[in-house]
Design a binder for this molecule. Sequence first.
Ligand SMILES: [Zn+2]
Length: 266
Amino acid sequence: MFLHQRLSLSVLALLLAACASGPAVGRSETAKEPAVADAPYVAGAAMTKERQGRVTPESALKILRDGNGRFLSGKMVKRDLREQVKITGHGQFPFASVVSCIDSRAAPEVVFDLGVGDVFTARVAGNVVNKDILGSLEYASKVAGSRLIVVLGHSHCGAVKGVCDNVKMGNLTTLLEKLKPAVAAVPEDGSPRNSKNEAYVEHVAEANVKLTVRQILEDSPILRELVEQRKLMVVGAMLDVETGKVEFMEMSHPAEKVATHESLHL
Ligand SMILES: [Zn+2]
């Protein structure tokens, strides 16, 4: 009973947040009530074409915030993943894309309490992008209808520590080159600029997320156009691996940022 009431209230909040119009929202005891039927996302249920069609960039962000809230409180939704496989097997309708580090603690489906078919994920050490990942995001957003891109950095990131210490090793050297602009973006304050300085490492990680958001907007005309049309939002976020909490970076709608190119003050 409580869970259903909570679900109805969260659905109501979602609808209000998205300014959606539709049938009146009522308290629901079954999944067939209008409140659930009209929701862009029902935690535990598979994404469908109809639900994806109701997702806005803002509601997609709220779905992730709510999911992280469930994860933090230990109230993750019980999912029948095999049933979700059956439903999504002939077509996927994810509402968002997440660019995350390969770090074993930074799995988007886990920290946002998501299921099969909910989000596209691109994972690479240091959550950077290149043309291949930009192409993947263009597919996810332009072709497959995903409404939000989250660049998810995290605390205690080995890749960030590596660039802070100017590590050189095999193919990692080339990858870490992509993180160097984040090092340059953190101003000198007299404290040590190496991985032993935890505050410095966190500042570089945050700068890297902001620069990656900027790079996505600047290097992909397709994604930039979707943002300008308000069909897509690109946001940064940081995961605290000690708590599991994800903090989204405050920013107004990136559409204005794209127009001015005065985005993401570092
Ligand atoms: Zn990492």
